[in-house]
Ligand binder design. Structure first.
Ligand SMILES: Nc1ncnc2c1ncn2[C@@H]1O[C@H](COP(=O)(O)OP(=O)(O)O)[C@@H](O)[C@H]1O
Ligand SMILES: [Mg+2]
Length: 572
């Protein structure tokens, strides 16, 4: 894990080098300030050498100026590197997430993923900058200060070093605790975002069922959980401070005793002891910071674990290494013995599907709810790859074409309409880089959308709100049809596009759909059979298998599922 994290530092080697050089200067200045105590005491205060009265203060001022400059240099560079790494990691996670196939998201909660990209990454950032800063600056400072104490009195130095192993013990112990507490905290944070996402997203249902109290209670349980983990982590951190201080105090006491005796015996000068003790005191800070850094590193590692868990998730729908570009769809689509079993499911959802769709045909897919219609349509857009068999478009397997090329050939209109919190204009022109306003208006008119858009407060520049809340279901659907029209792809996939609409909106939407279907190859899944009567071919799907294919008249004559469904809808 360390090595993987270091990889993120690699692009900033140059800057890192400068920061490290500044840290060396900083450490040397700190040590020099301690060392200056000796001439100060032995030469100046004892009255031996008057010129030192001026020299020492000037040296101190000089040292502080250099130290300050070095500090600023390393701190600002490290801040940049820390933020930059987080930026890189976030970008990487988001790119990876958006590259995932649909099945990846079936078992993950949006809020949870959100937590990882926000909270976990921030924890990691703390760890990355502190690690580098502390490990470099503080370790360097410790080395220099140790140099001073060994120079002053090596025997005493050796003695005082006995304290260090005692200090390392709590550092390691606290670190382990911190890591566990932090991991638990991150998991709770994930649950929290997920719950908020879900309950606020479904606030209408929550209110309609009077479930506010219930949701509050669920939320309370999770926040309590989070709080408990946080308090635990902070307590560990709070404890590490006095424990370290106590150990340090013991060390100082011992040195004062032994060192004092040596000065009294004339084996050392007061200045030496002073410089020695000042160095030791100065050592205390970096050592303590190192302990804190360890806690943060442990937190960061716990976060890194969850981040790498996402980054390591394999992408199961991948572009081929080398893909020849594809021409505009012109001949046929072939489902060849396609089987699909969802991950973690035992039974196949699609079972040996063979289906041919000719260019220009309108093929309707009907069947009971849960028959596998949506799944079949999703396969055509390659949201998932078949477990067995394959799908060809113009004689080429979907897996030999880039997803971009493939999906450029298709427009998808579904029952759940996805609008983004942006203007009407941008929602219609989603996916277009330069937007031709006139063209969007022309298309909106065809999609029966212009009239209502025109009546909106700011027309095409009105913000539609999250998921398009300010619009009615029918209006949203007409926007999404305008979007599909503007895309002008040769293949159109309609998945129950009118199912959730009232009769009046359905009429307007259906008119728009009819215009959208003109001159295109269409795979239409419709709940209302009246809308597909004129399809060239009706395919009846039942429990993942094709049970009937034919025209409306043929299927009615045959009897079977289609005739049953039809009778059910029209009370024959
Ligand atoms: N992501 C999924 N993971 C597991 N099972 C799924 C998933 N999506 C759909 N299913 C199951 O596959 C079957 C077919 O679903 P679907 O294609 O949506 O049916 P239809 O669109 O015909 O109503 C259903 O039994 C459904 O429960
Ligand atoms: Mg469906």
């Amino acid at each position: 894990m360390y090595r993987r994290l270091l990889q993120f530092l690699l692009p900033y080697k140059g800057k890192l080098f400068i920061a490290m050089a500044a840290m060396v200067v900083l450490a040397a200045c700190t040590a020099a300030l301690a060392w200056v105590m000796q001439p100060m005491l032995d030469e100046v205060l004892s009255g031996k050498n008057k010129t030192y009265i001026y020299l020492v203060p000037i040296a101190i001022i000089g040292l502080y100026i250099i130290k300050g400059t070095a500090f600023y240099t390393q701190a600002s560079i490290m801040a940049f590197i820390g933020q930059r790494i987080i930026y890189d990691i976030r970008k990487k996670i988001y790119a990876h997430l958006t590259a995932q196939s649909l099945s990846f998201f079936t078992h993950r909660k949006t809020g949870e993923l959100l937590g990882r990209i926000t909270y976990d990454v921030t924890l990691l950032q703390g760890a990355v900058s502190t690690t580098v800063t502390s490990l470099m600056r503080d370790v360097m400072t410790i080395i220099f200060l140790l140099g001073v104490i060994f120079y002053q009195d090596w025997l005493l130095a050796l003695l005082s070093l006995i304290v260090f192993p005692i200090m390392v013990l709590p550092i390691v112990r606290f670190g382990q605790k911190m890591r566990q507490a932090s991991y638990d905290g991150q998991v709770s944070m994930g649950h929290m975002s997920s719950l908020v996402e879900e309950s606020i997203g479904g606030i209408r249902v929550v209110k309609a069922f009077g479930m506010e109290k219930y949701e509050r209670k669920r939320f309370k349980n999770i926040t309590t959980d989070f709080m408990t983990h946080q308090v635990k982590a902070l307590k560990v951190q709070a404890l590490s401070f006095p424990v370290m201080e106590m150990v340090a105090g013991l060390g100082i006491a011992g040195i004062l005793l032994y060192g004092g005796l040596r000065v009294a015996d004339g084996e050392a000068t007061a200045g030496m002891l002073m410089a020695f003790i000042v160095s030791l005191l100065m050592l205390y800070d970096p050592v303590r910071r190192l302990s804190r850094a360890n806690n943060e590193i442990q937190q960061g590692l716990a976060a890194a674990e969850r981040i790498f868990d996402i980054l390591d998730a394999p992408i199961d729908v991948k572009d081929p290494e080398e893909a020849e570009p594809i021409n505009k769809f012109s001949t046929e689509i072939n489902f060849k013995d396609v089987c699909l079993t969802y991950p973690n499911a035992s039974n196949p959802v699609l079972d040996h599907i063979d289906l041919n769709i000719k260019s220009g045909e309108v093929v309707a897919l009907v069947g009971r709810s849960g028959a596998g219609k949506t799944t079949l349509a999703n396969m055509l857009l390659r949201f998932m790859d078949p477990t067995q068999g394959g799908i060809d478009i113009d004689g080429r397997d979907l897996r030999s074409i880039t997803q971009n090329d493939l999906r450029n050939q298709m427009s998808l209109v579904t029952q759940e309409i996805v609008l983004f919190n942006d203007t009407v204009l941008h929602n219609i022109a989603y996916g277009h880089e330069d937007i031709d306003r006139e063209e969007v208006i022309r298309i909106a008119k065809i999609a029966n959308a212009h009239e209502f858009i025109d009546k909106l407060e700011q027309g095409y520049d009105t913000l539609v709100g999250e998921r398009g809340v300010i619009l009615s279901g029918g209006q949203r659907q007409r926007l999404s049809l305008a979007r599909a029209l503007l895309k002008n792809a040769p293949i159109l996939v309609l998945d129950e596009a009118t199912s959730s609409l009232d009769t009046e909106s359905e009429r307007l939407v259906q008119q728009a759909i009819d215009k959208l279907m003109l001159g295109r190859t269409v795979l239409v899944i419709a709940h209302r059979l009246s809308t597909i009567r004129n399809a060239d071919k009706i395919v009846v799907l039942d429990e993942g298998e094709i049970v009937q294919i034919g025209s409306h008249a043929e299927l009615l004559e045959q009897g079977g599922i289609y005739a049953e469904l039809y009778a059910l809808q029209f009370g024959d």
